[in-house]
Ligand binder design. Structure first.
Ligand code: ASP
Length: 347
């Protein structure tokens, strides 16, 4: 056996904030941020894992509602700086925006060959009934998993309540139950029960000859426009005429259908002529946009609305942020959006 096969895997744990990192101060009864540099002291179970764990934390941990492009860049800088020295990364983050954040990180890491696992919890790690310990311990185990000297997982994932998902396929669907996430259009990559079972067929297989490319620039001159019966011209027009707007995720009905009234199509067509990219994403939690399937989506296709197929809104936002910085002409932009770059949609 060579050295790589026998050496303990090394994992870097990054705490960005969120409920998982809060513990109850028994004197004041208030929740406060936990010092993650002391993590192995506070969670002795981590010593039983067959790996070496180091941890870093945002200087000021944040509620994930405060995540923005510069927080994404801080996460990416930490991964980039430590990429060669660690076998895997576990990112602890608030669950509220975890699908948005982890989707963005997936686009920012091209040719990723190591596991990057996002996790968090609904209850703080110090709470008696916490879901944090299982989420954290299994995420580390997954990040350590190796087969024939190579990592089993080589993509950005989200682990929560016994399931590992491709991060850019997830949506947070529950603020109460421990099972907070769902991935409607792609099966879980692993399930944890008595054993940790990987669904090998659905895992991304990287090309180990390629080098990691880190994409640090993102563009947030974008918006989400969610349709509803009765939406007015004024609202649509004001969103599409926002200053500096470059891209819109248009949340449509069912298989990508929208009202086909003249004022609506004309406002969209004018925005597309101003080079604003409009992506059709369904409001349904599962299934796919299929422009042209119903009469109410034929015109969208004709005026140049891009199909998001079965992408989630969270992932479409991340992909827009990424592709808008890539200086692509309309044809290439449409091609790259409508085809998977990190397994985020089904072609
Ligand atoms: N509000 C918290 C956050 O997203 C909730 C959580 O940690 O799950 O940061």
């Amino acid at each position: 056996m060579n050295d790589k096969m026998t050496k303990k895997p090394s994992i870097l744990l990054l705490y960005t904030g969120g409920t998982i990192g809060m513990i109850k101060d028994y004197k004041t009864n208030a929740l406060r941020a936990f010092d993650f540099t002391q993590i192995t002291k506070n969670i002795p179970e981590l010593h039983q894992l067959n790996c070496k764990i180091d941890s870093v934390s945002f200087d000021e941990p944040i509620d994930s509602s405060n995540m923005n492009i510069s927080s994404y860049q801080r996460i990416i800088d930490i991964i980039d700086l430590n990429y060669k020295n660690y076998d895997g990364f576990v990112i602890l983050s608030g669950s509220d925006t975890m699908s948005y954040v982890s989707s963005a990180i997936s686009f920012m890491l091209e040719n990723l060959q190591k596991p990057v696992i996002f996790t968090g919890s609904q209850l703080p790690i110090g709470d008696l009934r916490t879901d944090a310990k299982e989420n954290l311990i299994t995420s580390i185990e997954i990040a350590c998993a190796r087969k024939n000297g190579k990592p089993v997982i080589a993509e950005v994932c989200l682990y929560f309540e016994y399931k590992l998902y491709r991060a850019n396929r997830t949506t947070k669907i529950n603020a109460e139950q421990f099972e907070a996430f769902i991935s409607m259009n792609y099966p879980p990559l692993a399930e944890s029960g008595v054993h940790l079972n990987f669904n090998d067929f659905y895992l991304h297989t990287p090309d180990f000859t390629k080098k990691l490319v880190v994409r640090k620039k993102l563009n947030n001159n974008i918006a989400i426009l969610k349709l509803f019966p009765g939406i007015t011209f004024k609202v649509v027009e004001s969103v599409l005429n926002s200053e500096e707007l470059q891209g819109v995720v248009l949340e449509t009905y069912g298989a990508g259908n929208a009202l086909d009234q003249k004022w609506f199509l004309k406002t969209l067509a004018q925005a597309i002529q101003r080079n604003i990219k409009i992506i059709n994403v369904t409001q349904c939690i599962g299934g796919s946009v299929s422009q042209g399937h119903y009469e109410t989506s034929v015109a969208l296709k004709e005026i140049g609305v891009i199909s998001g197929k079965d992408i989630t809104t969270e992932s479409a936002i991340a992909k827009l942020m990424y592709l808008l910085e890539e200086n692509l002409n309309v044809k290439n932009f449409t091609h790259y959006f409508e085809n998977p770059l990190r397994g985020e949609l089904t072609p």
